[in-house]
Design a protein around this ligand. Structure first.
Ligand SMILES: C[S@@+](CC[C@H](N)C(=O)[O-])C[C@H]1O[C@@H](n2cnc3c(N)ncnc32)[C@H](O)[C@@H]1O
Length: 305
């Protein structure tokens, strides 16, 4: 028996989240529905236009998992995916999932977060990571732990396409334990003089609670790295769900599909985010956040300091 996933957006308000949630669901071959209240514009509830309420919703699934980072949550990386019809709820951008729903859920799962002061990641990013982990059943397979810490694995982001996507990825980077990220930004997506670009990126990054250092790529000394791991959107190399970081080599993780800002001498190892629906292109924030979340799980003491 397989796991059939349905993503349920509960009380989602922001219309901009609809295509992002759709991408999160489609990537992992999950269905998508919106529950409670009006679905945000662009979202579909049911064929008759109604939006299912809690009790009705529960009757449709063998199990219901609620995604929320609360003390009682179980890490999604330690939760074997139940077989059958599985409903996966994500909640409102501000209020989260109501307490009575968390109580009613068969399991509350969280994506482990290590960044001080950051209580959540973007709702669609959370959905993409949880669905990926459940679809790949990472809770049953278990990831292999490395001897490396966050300090041994630097991150370089290449040519981000859009300030919202980039900001959201920076929110994830801090949440998943990095204190600094290098950026090659030829299109001025972050290092920009355009006010609306700057505001969009900072808002998506939650800059008011996110002290992640964003360093220009020319501060990077590539001679420091014995290993370079590249994730550039091509489905080539090692799938992230089977990736490991053996040894103690200082590592540079490069994410993004763009020209390298400098030449490299160390061997480059390719990885890819192996979401189930290979034909569905993953949003920049989704693939990058899955990559960082999974790698943070491999690292020893995945915490700041
Ligand atoms: C932006 S969060 C809202 C969180 C709420 N403001 C709070 O801090 O309690 C929106 C939704 O994303 C999902 N989410 C965000 N970060 C998560 C995490 N680390 N683990 C599980 N779900 C998460 C949850 O479903 C949450 O309801």
């Amino acid at each position: 028996m397989t796991t059939e996933l349905t993503l349920i957006g509960y009380g989602i308000e922001g219309a901009w989240n609809v295509p992002l949630l759709r991408d999160a669901a489609e990537m992992s071959g999950a269905s998508l529905l919106f529950a409670q209240g009006e679905p945000p514009s662009g979202g579909t509830a049911e064929a008759d236009g109604s939006s299912p309420q809690i009790d009705e919703l529960w009757g449709r699934f063998d199990r219901v998992v609620a995604c929320e980072a609360i003390p009682a949550s179980r890490s999604v990386y330690e939760y074997p995916a139940p077989r059958g019809q599985l409903g996966v709820i994500v909640g409102n951008e501000l209020a989260g999932i109501p307490r009575q729903m968390l109580k009613k859920a068969d399991q509350v799962v969280s994506i482990p977060m290590f960044g001080k002061g950051m209580s959540s990641v973007n709702v669609a990013v959370a959905a993409a990571i949880v669905l990926y982990a459940l679809q790949r059943d990472l809770g049953r397979k278990r990831l292999r732990t490395s001897a490396l810490t966050h300090r041994d694995v630097d991150v370089l982001v290449l040519s981000p396409p859009d300030p919202n996507e980039l900001g959201s990825l920076f929110r994830s980077a801090w949440a998943f334990g990095w204190q600094r990220v290098f950026l090659a930004d030829p299109q001025g997506t972050w290092f920009s003089r355009d006010r609306s670009t700057v505001l969009a990126g900072r808002a998506a990054a939650r800059r008011e609670v996110n002290p992640l250092v964003i360093a220009p790529h020319d501060q990077l000394d590539l001679r420091e790295y014995a290993r370079i791991v590249l994730c550039d959107g091509r489905r080539q190399g090692t799938p992230v769900s089977r990736f490991s970081l053996p040894g103690r080599d200082k590592t540079l993780l490069v994410y993004g599909d763009g020209a390298w800002p400098c030449s490299v001498s160390a061997p480059v190892e390719q990885v890819f985010v192996d979401h189930a629906a290979a034909e569905v292109p993953a949003c920049f924030r989704h693939a990058g956040s899955i990559l960082l979340s999974v790698i943070s799980q491999l690292l020893r003491r995945g915490r700041h300091g």
